[in-house]
Design a protein around this ligand. Sequence first.
Ligand SMILES: C[S@@+](CC[C@H](N)C(=O)[O-])C[C@H]1O[C@@H](n2cnc3c(N)ncnc32)[C@H](O)[C@@H]1O
Length: 323
Amino acid sequence: MTETTGNDQATSGNPTDAIAIPAASPPLSKNAQKKLLKLQRYEEKKAERKAFAKEKKQKEAERKKREWEEKLSSVTEEEKTKLIESRKELRKERMDKRSEEREKKMERLNKAKEVGQKIVVDLEFSHLMNPSEISSLVQQIMYCYAVNGRCASPCHLWLTGCEGEMESQLLKLPGFDKWCIEKEKQSYIETFQDQKEDLVYLTADAETVLEDLDLKKIYIIGGLVDRNRWKGLTMKKANEQGIKSAKLPIGSYMKMTSSQVLTVNQVVEILLKYLETNDWQSSFFQVIPQRKRSETEEKETEGEDSERKKICTEGSSSEVTVT
Ligand SMILES: C[S@@+](CC[C@H](N)C(=O)[O-])C[C@H]1O[C@@H](n2cnc3c(N)ncnc32)[C@H](O)[C@@H]1O
């Protein structure tokens, strides 16, 4: 399965979306053209895979229903009533547990609004992405929200510049209107105009290395899926706005096979892990996929990776559940 939340920023877009190149895009190299063609083929196959998965799910549900009915028909009336009652009870228990978990999560997220580390996803780049990249970003945001909700001490998550195409795509997510997250139409620079000094744009192109997180600061992440087409864009934005910038200290802890540019959800996840552990190394190793790290590193950390692999697979699913 292609990862929607992976480092290579593969798409999770609607299969019917054309992979168009925005008009303002720089010309594509031969290599990029090849990649684009591969992506187009992947999208075409995606609809087929989705239909196949749906059919499989339906068949499985029908099989279970048949099994249940057969079971009921093979027992006495008294046993039948008992079976139905116990099934109802089980369902109720499951529902109660789920709603209790949801309540606890909402408590944690509401508390984070008062005391949590502010992390902003800057959604002002929708004009630079094609539909499939926007869709991928929406999936990444959904993943960020889900991961944050599961944290014992979540961060105070903001979506700024949340309007236009980004907002309409996010609104299509079931339950998005109920998310306990700050949704702000204004840009972060307007939203936090009295705290401009505290704004730190996180960007792989910064010279300054982020050594620690500071609760008073507001960390901004560029809401962009660009397969590195818009290199240096967020750095330029931060410079033009006269705000601070910093890169994650990846180089001090691990070697990467290619660039140190991560996806939005990976950056959020790393920050969340760091808030929990105060340890960059373990945060990077738990979040950055194996294939992005150089081989020498792998041998030393195989054990740590197995758990991460599991999380990666869960996270890359387009069925990340947000309750
Ligand atoms: C896919 S990257 C976008 C890359 C884009 N070309 C740019 O100019 O930022 C998504 C965002 O994650 C954050 N990010 C990715 N890698 C990072 C790193 N190594 N250090 C700090 N922030 C990073 C940045 O905020 C970035 O805008």
